[in-house]
Every structure is written in C-alpha cells, then in structure tokens.
Design a protein around this ligand. Structure first.
Ligand code: GLV
Length: 317
C-alpha cells in the first residue's frame, strides 16, 4: 500500500477514504506544519496531500525524499507550490478543479453584494443598535444595470457572470482568450486589462495567481477603473497590491472592496480591518460541507489515479 502524508485535517469521511486507499499519516490536531516538518514527515511517503496553507517552494521541494512522486493539492489554486521545481524533481502536482466552482462563485457573488450594499456597515450598525431608518440611511450601489468586469473568465468567473446577469448586471470580461459564444453567454470580451478596467463599475477578480498576475491590480491599473468602482477578490490576495488598494479606498477612487483572500493570510493588511467600506471574509470560498468533501475526495482520487495509471487528468505541471 502506498504511503501518503495528509498535511491538514480533512472532514472525517474523507480521512476514512484516505485510510482505506493508503497508509495515511493524518494530522488530527490540524497543526500548521512548518516546511521543515513537512520534509521530515514525508520520509518514506509516496505522495503528499497538501493544502493552500503550505508554501511548497523550490527549497522545500528539493529537500523532499526521493520517494515522493505526487503532491495533490487540496485546492483549485496551486500558487503555493513551485510547479517547475516539482517538475524538475519528477513530482506530479494535481489540483481539485470543478468541484468547488459553485461554492466559490456563491462567495464571489456575496462579495459583490456585500461590498455594493454596504453590508459591513449594516452589520455593525445592526449589532450596535440605536440605528434610525431614514430615506438616505446606508444607501448603497444597486446591481441592476451596473457593469461587472470579470478578470479571469474560467469556471468560477463564468458562474459568477451567470448569477450576476440574472441580477441585471451587464457582464464584461478579460481573459487570455475569448470564450466561445455559449460560454460567453452575451458577456463582452476585452483583450486588454485596461479596457476591462475602464468598463468595470464592479470588478470581480477570478484569475489564478501566477508570476504574470502578482500585483496586477496596483497603483497604476487602479487608475483605469471608473471613479467610485467596487473591487472584489475571490481568487488570491497576491493579485492585489494592498497599499495601493487601501489608498484608493481612502481617497474614494474605490468606493468599497469585497475580499475573501489576502496576501499573508490570515494576517491581512490592517488597512482593511477597520475600513468601513471593506466587506471582508476569512477565505470561505469553498467552505461548504459538500464542496470540502468533494475536494478532499478528488485530491485522494487524484493520487489513486496517478499510482494506478502513471498520470492524472488533474495534473497541472
Ligand atoms: C481555494 O481557495 C482554492 O484554491 O481551492
């Protein structure tokens, strides 16, 4: 039986599945392992079921035992893993696409609603009590008729587009390539980031974090947005330059942000913490029982497939 290291606690039924298929080293205390500990614990392992909270950089990957042949990431994103370093070492890296599209898109829509309709301020006022309804109390931005720019029209972007369209938003998007008519579903394609941002009254960041997208939304690109735009991020914190975004919020260039992901999670930039126009969530994108179960099962199946066939359809390197 192959041996795997499961770096974070999974839902019980998924840990049972891992133990049925492998000799699995589980993390029952859900300790956040250091890179050194991951290297130590993977001694004698054939694979690692990793999660987005571990940074598997080239230094760590190069120190993994020779026996490790696959890193199966419990996430659709894989920016935490140095794919080239893994490839050089002959280690396959896999992810969990599709199964988290709906749950993540739900949070993507929540971010748009929360930021546009001033949910943070509303929740705070309701909790404090003593608020007084009036005709102009906590007036927000209505979604109907508002232009939504989607940066990265993959599966999650397309699902957000579908829901937003049903709410009356007008969908624009930027992607490496134009989608076919069916996937586009009436959305307007922009070949350039700048063209998309100029149209985005609300921006939804849905693209993967990569060398090309780090700090893509920065001091300069923020200026392309219309004044008073709303920026939401369901993808990865690395895509946004936080200081530039907080500065834009402070001078009302950006009206509000809706964020689920951050640089240096969970230690997000303190500028967001007390900002009344920041609707912030603690990386909840895929956090439903159905989705977390499906993700963990797929991460396990990816390892099974890899050892059965020598390949895996969800291999990303
Ligand atoms: C969640 O953020 C994921 O990438 O799966």
């Amino acid at each position: 039986m192959k041996k795997i290291l499961v770096t974070r606690r999974l839902l019980r039924s998924c840990e049972d599945k891992a133990e049925t298929n492998f000799k699995a080293i589980l993390n029952s205390n859900d300790e956040l392992y250091s890179q050194k500990k991951i290297i130590e614990l993977s001694n004698g392992c054939d694979g690692i079921l990793s999660s987005l909270t571990e940074k598997l950089d080239s230094d760590t990957i190069n120190k993994l035992p020779e026996s490790v042949k696959i890193i199966s990431n419990f996430a659709v994103g894989f920016g935490n893993i140095d794919l080239d370093a893994a490839k050089k070492r002959g280690i396959a890296v896999t992810n969990t696409p599709d199964v988290l599209t709906d749950a993540t898109a739900e949070i993507g829509v929540l971010l748009i609603l929360g930021a546009c309709r001033r949910a943070s301020e509303g929740i705070e006022s309701a909790r404090q009590g003593g608020w007084k309804w009036s005709a102009d109390y906590l007036i927000g931005k209505q979604l109907t008729g508002t232009k939504l720019g989607i940066l990265g029209m993959g599966r999650i972007g397309q699902k957000i587009a579908k829901v937003a369209k049903s709410l009356g938003m007008i969908i624009h998007y930027h992607n490496r390539s134009k989608l076919n008519d069916e996937k586009e579903d009436g959305a307007i394609y922009h070949q350039n980031l700048r063209d998309l941002l100029e149209q985005s009254e609300v921006l939804s960041i849905c693209c993967p974090a990569s060398k090309e997208t780090i700090d893509l939304i920065n001091k300069d690109t923020i200026e392309y947005l219309p004044k008073g735009a709303i920026v939401t991020n369901i993808a990865r914190g690395d895509i946004v330059d936080d200081d530039a975004m907080i500065d834009a919020l402070n001078r009302r260039k950006v009206y509000a942000v809706g964020l689920d992901v951050y640089k240096n999670e969970p230690n997000l930039n303190s500028g967001y913490l007390n900002h009344k126009s920041a609707f912030i969530l603690p990386h909840l994108g895929s956090a439903t029982k159905e989705t977390r179960t499906a993700m963990a099962n797929l991460a396990i199946d990816n390892i099974v497939e890899f050892f059965d066939t020598g390949d895996c359809r969800n291999k990303v390197n």
